[in-house]
Ligand binder design. Structure first.
Ligand code: TXA
Ligand code: MG
Length: 323
């Protein structure tokens, strides 16, 4: 299959909508990372997403909607969800809520769970696509399962080229990390952070009070221990700085020179700005993932605010290559 990359302008959106209506899948930009979208009500289309990514069928997809009213057609919305949506939508927060009986959601989206994850993206191209299509769009990140999420159209092309018909292009994703995923569906009322992201734990707690943090793996909600690789480049990743060998690459953070012996080096943010680091993270990991590099050594990053989400992704990348 030939993969076309087109600008996410009016014509591009129209072509993407035509494909979605025919049950095809398309990659599109969001403020977090690029997504791989399918009509959320169309089981055959959703199964194409799993096939193109090589995603295990046990891992459910996020359903993208324009707003809370559209979400309420899919899930049972409570007061906490209303308050969180009022504070953070549209934006990088995904809410896991009980699925409504008879909701127009293909079974594969939920992967057998009684819940659905919903998110209203803020990216204008994603919103134009949702508006013109007129129905919810199921979309995981547009990468091969387990690999780094794409923050640029070229990343999507290198991972999914030949497997999907169309990529809508709109430059680099502004946030650069996948959305915060919050579980609001527990019968006992506990709110649990399943995946840290740009909407931080502190920001969420300011709206709904204290929340729990999941120790488990958000990519294995139903079958822990089955997936070995997450958010990982193909070479090993080492965290916390330390010595860097002559065949290793250095990923810096903050001022200071890279180790002179490093084969290659990039800096997530010379000024130590966590937002800039999040935006650069996947692109720089991808750029340092070279045949002549045997490992990527990452400088220490503070575990505060957005740093928690950056470290979460880096720890998975490191774990994937050491276990
Ligand atoms: O920022 C994002 O969230 C991007 C853009 C495209 O919106 N999407 C994304 O999707 O990261 P994906 O599929 O790569 O990650 C979705 C996460 C997974 O960890 C999945 O297990 C979790 O959300 N998830 C989806 N539905 C769930 C559910 N019903 N219960 C618990 N976790 C769920
Ligand atoms: Mg993903």
């Amino acid at each position: 299959m030939h993969t076309e990359v087109v600008a996410a302008d009016k014509d591009g959106i129209a072509r993407a909508v035509a494909l979605l209506q025919r049950g095809e899948i398309v990659a599109f930009p969001t403020e977090t990372v690029y997504g791989l979208g399918a009509a959320a009500h169309d089981e055959a289309a959703v199964l194409r997403v799993f096939a193109a990514k090589g995603r295990p069928p046990i891992n459910p997809l996020i359903v993208h909607v324009l707003d809370l009213a559209a979400a309420a057609g899919i899930v049972r919305v409570d007061d906490r969800a209303r308050h969180l949506a009022a504070a953070f939508w549209p934006g990088p927060l995904t809410l896991v809520l009980p699925c409504r009986a008879g909701a127009p959601i293909a079974p594969a989206v939920r992967a057998g769970l009684p819940t659905v994850a919903v998110r209203a993206p803020s990216h204008p191209a994603a919103r134009a696509l949702l508006t013109r299509f007129g129905r919810p769009i199921a979309a995981p990140s547009a990468n091969r399962s387990g690999a780094l999420s794409p923050t640029r159209a070229e990343h999507v092309l290198s991972q999914l080229g030949g497997r999907i018909p169309l990529i809508l292009e709109a430059g680099a994703s502004e946030v650069g990390l996948e959305s915060t995923v919050l579980d609001l569906a527990a019968p006992d009322g506990t709110v649990t952070l399943l995946r840290p992201g740009a909407i931080t734990q502190g920001a969420i707690e300011a709206v709904v009070g204290p929340i729990a943090v999941s120790a488990g793996d958000p990519d294995q909600p139903t079958a822990p221990g089955q997936l070995l690789r997450h958010y990982a480049p193909s070479v090993p990743v080492r965290l916390g700085g330390g010595p860097c060998g002559p065949t290793e690459a250095w990923l810096g953070f903050g001022p200071g020179d890279p180790p002179p012996e490093a084969r290659a080096s990039l800096n997530l943010s010379v000024t130590g700005d966590l937002e800039e680091a999040a935006r650069n993270l996947y692109h720089m990991l991808q750029a340092l993932d070279r045949p002549d590099v045997t490992a990527i050594v990452v400088a220490p990053i503070p575990n505060t605010g957005l740093g928690a989400a950056i470290l979460d992704r880096l720890q998975r990348a490191a774990a994937a290559t050491t276990r």
